[in-house]
Design a protein around this ligand. Structure first.
Ligand code: HMN
Length: 292
C-alpha cells in the first residue's frame, strides 16, 4: 500500500477552447508534476480540476487518463464527492477499479445536510468501494463545518484515514492532531503550509504545487526538521508568488505558468472565464520571471 504522506498536487485539467478535455495537455500536466515538481502524489478531481463543472463521464475520463499517465510512479487520490451520492459511488467504484490508492470526497454541500446524513454519505461510498477515504473539508466553499467530536464519529469507520483540511482554523487543526494522532491531516491552503506543518500535518494538497512544488516540499521538510526560520523565508517567497497568482486569476494563471514551461495546460471550463487577457498574460510572465 502506497504512503499517502507528503506533497500532493491538486491536478489541473487542460481543456480545449470548446470545453472538451485536452488529453495530450492533461498528460503533460501529470508528467510535469512527476518529472519536474517531484511530487509524492496527485489529488485528481478536486476544485483545481474544475471538477464540479464536469459530467460523470468527463470525471471518469480524467481519472483514467491521469492513472494511465502516472501508472504506479506516485500515489493517486481520487476526489469523488458530489451532492449526487449515486454519482459519488459510481466514481468511487471506477477510480478504485483503476487502482487509485485512496478516495476523497468533499462534504456534501448546497443543501444543509445534517451530520448523520454526512456520515451516511461517507459510509455509503466506502461500503460500495472498499477503498480508503479522506474527508475533504473546505468550509469556506461548502459552508459545512465538522467539529472534533464529529470527526471522531466519522473515524469510527476505520477506512476513513484523515482529512484534507482546507481552512485557516489552526486551533481545530491542533485539536484534531491531539485527539486523533493516528489519523492523517493534509493542509489545503498552500499559503498557510508552514503554520500547518509546525502543528504536525502529514502532507499537503495544493493547486500551486503544479508550478511551485519544489518550494512547497522545502517548506514542509524544513518545518519537519525544525528549521523554522529557513522555512519561513521560503514561505514568504511562496506567498509573494501565490498573492500574484490569486490577484491575476487562480487556475488560469497557474495554467499560463505551465504554458511558459512548455506544458499545454489549455483553457478553463466555462462558466469560468476560459482565458486570460493580454494584460493578465503579461502579469503571469512577470511572475514566472521573478519566482519560477
Ligand atoms: C482541490 O480540491 O483541488 C483543492 O481545494 C486544492 C487546494 O486545497 C487549493 N484550494 C482551492 O483552490 C480552493 C489550494 O491549493 C489553493 O488554491 C491555494 O492555497 C491558493 O489559495
Amino acid at each position: 500500500m502506497k504512503s499517502l504522506k507528503g506533497i500532493f498536487s491538486a491536478l489541473l485539467v487542460s481543456f480545449n477552447a470548446d470545453g472538451t478535455i485536452n488529453e495530450k495537455g492533461l498528460r503533460q500536466i501529470v508528467r510535469h508534476n512527476i518529472d519536474k515538481m517531484k511530487v509524492d502524489g496527485l489529488y485528481v478531481g478536486g476544485s483545481t480540476g474544475e471538477n464540479f463543472m464536469l459530467s460523470t463521464d468527463e470525471k471518469k475520463e480524467i481519472f483514467r487518463i491521469a492513472k494511465d499517465e502516472a501508472k504506479d510512479q506516485i500515489a493517486l487520490i481520487a476526489q469523488v464527492g458530489s451532492v449526487n451520492l449515486k454519482e459519488a459511488v459510481e466514481l468511487g467504484q471506477y477510480a478504485t477499479e483503476l487502482g487509485y490508492d485512496c478516495l476523497s470526497a468533499v462534504t456534501p454541500f448546497y443543501y444543509k445536510f445534517s451530520f448523520p446524513e454526512i456520515k451516511h454519505f461517507y459510509n455509503t461510498i466506502i461500503e460500495a468501494t472498499g477503498n480508503r477515504m479522506i474527508v475533504y473539508s473546505i468550509p469556506f466553499l461548502t459552508g459545512v463545518n465538522i467539529g472534533v467530536a464529529q470527526f471522531g464519529e466519522l473515524y469510527e469507520n476505520e477506512k476513513i484515514i484523515g482529512v484534507k483540511f482546507t481552512a485557516g482554523d489552526f486551533y481545530l487543526l491542533e485539536r484534531l492532531k491531539k485527539a486523533y494522532p493516528n489519523h492523517l491531516i493534509w493542509a489545503g491552503f498552500d499559503e498557510m503550509m508552514l503554520p500547518a506543518a509546525v502543528l504536525g500535518i502529514d502532507g499537503a494538497i495544493g493547486s500551486t504545487f503544479n508550478v511551485n512544488g519544489i518550494r512547497a516540499r522545502q517548506i514542509y521538510e524544513k518545518a519537519q526538521a525544525g528549521q523554522i526560520q529557513e522555512a519561513l523565508e521560503i514561505q514568504h517567497v511562496t506567498n509573494d508568488l501565490i498573492e500574484g497568482i490569486l490577484g491575476n486569476g487562480l487556475y488560469l494563471t497557474i495554467k499560463e505558468l505551465l504554458k511558459l514551461e512548455g506544458v499545454d495546460a489549455g483553457y478553463c471550463r466555462e462558466p469560468m472565464t476560459k482565458e486570460l487577457t493580454e494584460a493578465q498574460i503579461a502579469v503571469a510572465k512577470e511572475l514566472k520571471a521573478k519566482y519560477l
